[in-house]
Design a protein around this ligand. Structure first.
Ligand code: ADP
Ligand code: 5GP
Length: 221
């Protein structure tokens, strides 16, 4: 290959992928699969004032901080968005997201609709948002029961919350009915692949276009 026809290395603008669902619909499973199989995307680790659950790891699932520290971060403008959910505060630290974007890396967000709407205000074109629905109410209940990390009362509460959460489906770019897990995961991967290929994200294509043009000119001289 002549130096003239070599393809320059490409970089692109990162995708900010927001995934939301009523509890039990499969958001964690799909997110985990994506993070495990796709090395170009990493999770935005939120800060929260809620108690750590035994299964959670500090710095991996959340950074668990005091209410006072949360307010300090909020006042200092260190949060890209924040919300109160079920009496606890949650927020997205600004710096890691801005760093990932500057480096053309993708970021996955597990945030609620209030946070999603805030991100839309400042970063709409960078965001692709996906809402995950269960195939039926009975199946949602069955999944919450199978997961077995909550008692009957908590399951009832989550099902009741799901009625509210589902009303926000129309705030999202994509809606995925998570019936068959493999099919849903394939669709999620396709969404991400299509978002990565969007022309505006490939704003550094100009050198490739120029190289192609030189190569084609050589071939047709
Ligand atoms: P969420 O993060 O939305 O609360 P999870 O990902 O924890 O939900 O999924 C809830 C339960 O349902 C888990 O036990 C998970 O293994 C199971 N699950 C997820 N997707 C499917 C699916 N498509 N079919 C059957 N079970 C599923
Ligand atoms: P949980 O306490 O079960 O981990 O999360 C409760 C809810 O808070 C979920 O809907 C989750 O998506 C949302 N959440 C987690 N982190 C953030 C965040 O940084 N910002 C916002 N707005 N919501 C969050």
């Amino acid at each position: 290959m002549s130096s003239e026809t070599q393809v320059p290395s490409l970089s692109r603008r990162g995708v900010l992928l927001v995934i939301a669902s009523p509890s039990g619909a499969g958001k964690s499973t799909l997110s985990r699969n994506l993070l495990e199989t796709d090395k170009e995307i990493s999770l935005s680790v939120s800060v929260t004032t809620r108690e750590r659950r035994p299964s959670e790891i500090e710095g991996v699932h959340y950074n668990f901080i005091s209410r006072r520290r949360f307010e300090g971060m909020r006042e200092a403008g260190e949060l890209l968005e924040w919300a109160e959910v079920h009496g606890n505060f949650y927020g997205t630290p600004r710096e890691p997201v801005e760093k990932a974007m500057a480096e053309g890396r993708d970021v996955l967000f597990d945030i609620d609709y209030q946070g999603t709407l805030q991100l839309y205000q400042s970063l709409r074109s960078d965001i692709a948002s996906v809402f995950i629905l269960p195939p039926s109410a009975d199946e949602l209940k069955a999944r919450l029961e199978r997961r077995a990390d909550t008692g009957a009362d908590a399951i009832r509460k989550r099902l009741s919350n799901a009625r509210i959460e589902i009303t926000h489906w129309s705030d999202y770019d994509y809606v995925l009915v998570n019936d068959d897990l493999n099919a849903s995961f394939a669709t999620l991967q396709s969404i991400l692949a299509a978002e990565r290929a969007k022309r505006f994200r490939q704003d550094r294509l100009a050198p490739l276009i120029a190289t192609l043009d030189r190569g084609l000119a050589d071939l047709t001289r």
